[in-house]
Ligand binder design. Structure first.
Ligand code: PLP
Length: 367
């Protein structure tokens, strides 16, 4: 029950564990092409250009950063925690002049403040984290996409902890890049960076004056490969993660079989049920209100006086695996529970019960 790698469906593991085939074998070309097509449906981005690359979520962040910034470009980073701060550092590496609007812990940045900043300064790019995995704070991407369109700024949504869990309608919301990694709500073992770029983002990349600052991430190498696979032709730039792509095809199929709306609803219900159980035990969440709570993971504070190390030790002897805190400065004051992907009601109940036992073992009594 950690926020990635999550539990994977047996069918996905079967596909990942099958004998490795050639990356240009006809059945693999079919899987790759089909996975690209299905990404558009999962992202709700019929006009988007999907990319599947070997790497982690940070590579997906790098793809957007490297291809869409040139030295001297201005970038606005809306940070709700650890991963927003990471994006600021990444964009600076490619020569961007970065301004960070940082929310207080547990809160989001007010839309008003974002719009004021966009009015004040002309930005090329704006990034925001849908669910910051360090705080479980969820940002509403829709109005930020609208601001991007209004001010002509390319919008990049870090959806590593949200795609295929939280509601995302990339085309309808006008968000230019939505990126994620395989091991979170998409439900495939770690190793794939996934991204869908809008026609406007691809145009901005085509219009660049300077070469892309990363050799590996450069879309010039990868766009022809993605196009070829989608047209069911062999192509090569770097060897794809064959087994993981096969697993991705199966997982996307399962996601679409459930249906995006049903999947969004299930995550919302499971998330709300888990938070309610935590509140019943007297635990407070990092996000300051229900409206900004993620549905893919939760981050409850430890009760007053309880030592995080003692709690994690008690949890380690249960059969539930949880994650500790991540945000520098407060990481020892809270823990994190992922509830995304194939998580069932039974998983939620077992987790709540393990947390209750661990709290009792640490001498915490509630009601
Ligand atoms: C996990 C995560 C990342 C980083 O992904 P890696 O696969 O660990 O590189 C980036 N952003 C968010 C929101 C994440 O949850």
């Amino acid at each position: 029950m950690i926020p990635g790698p999550i539990e994977f469906e047996p069918e996905v593991m079967m596909a990942v564990g099958a004998p490795t085939t050639s990356h240009v074998a006809p059945d693999f070309i079919e899987s790759f092409g089909h996975a690209l097509e299905m990404m558009r449906e999962v992202w709700l981005a019929p006009s988007g250009q999907p990319f599947i690359m070997a790497g982690s979520g940070t590579l997906a962040m790098d793809l957007a950063g490297a291809n869409l910034t040139e030295p001297g470009d201005r970038a606005l980073v809306i940070s709700t925690g650890y991963f927003g701060d990471r994006y600021a550092g990444l964009l600076r590496r490619y020569g961007a002049e970065v301004t960070v609007l940082r929310a207080p812990v547990g809160e989001t940045v007010a839309l008003r403040a974002v719009e004021d900043e966009l009015k004040r300064t002309r930005y090329k790019l704006m990034t925001f984290t849908h669910v910051d995995t360090s705080t479980a704070v969820r940002v509403d991407p829709e109005p930020l996409g609208a601001l991007g369109e209004k001010y002509g700024v390319i919008t990049v949504l870090d959806g590593v902890c949200s795609v295929a869990g939280e509601i995302i309608r990339q085309d309808e919301w006008g968000i230019d890049v939505v990126l994620t990694a395989s091991q979170k709500a998409v439900g495939v073992p770690p190793g794939l960076a996934l991204l869908v770029a809008s026609p406007r983002a691809m145009e901005a990349w085509q219009k660049r004056k300077s070469p892309v600052g990363s050799y590996y991430s450069d879309w010039s190498h990868w766009l022809p490969v993605m196009k070829a696979y989608e047209e069911r032709r062999p192509a090569y730039f770097g060897t794809p993660a064959v087994n993981l792509v096969s697993g991705l095809e199966v997982s996307l199929r399962l996601i679409l079989k459930e249906g995006m709306e049903a999947r969004f609803r299930r995550h919302r219900e499971r998330g709300a049920a888990f938070r309610e159980a935590m509140r019943d035990m007297g635990l407070r969440m990092i996000p300051v209100s229900e409206e900004v709570c993620a549905n893919t993971l939760s981050a409850p504070y430890y009760p007053e006086g309880l030592k995080g190390a003692d709690f994690m030790k008690a949890i380690a002897s249960s059969d539930v695996i949880l994650a500790g805190g991540l945000l520098p400065g407060i990481k020892d004051t809270y823990f994190r529970v992922g509830h995304m992907g194939s998580v069932t009601e039974g998983d939620i109940l077992a987790t709540v019960s393990a947390i209750r036992s661990a709290l009792s073992a640490c001498g915490y009594s509630y009601r």
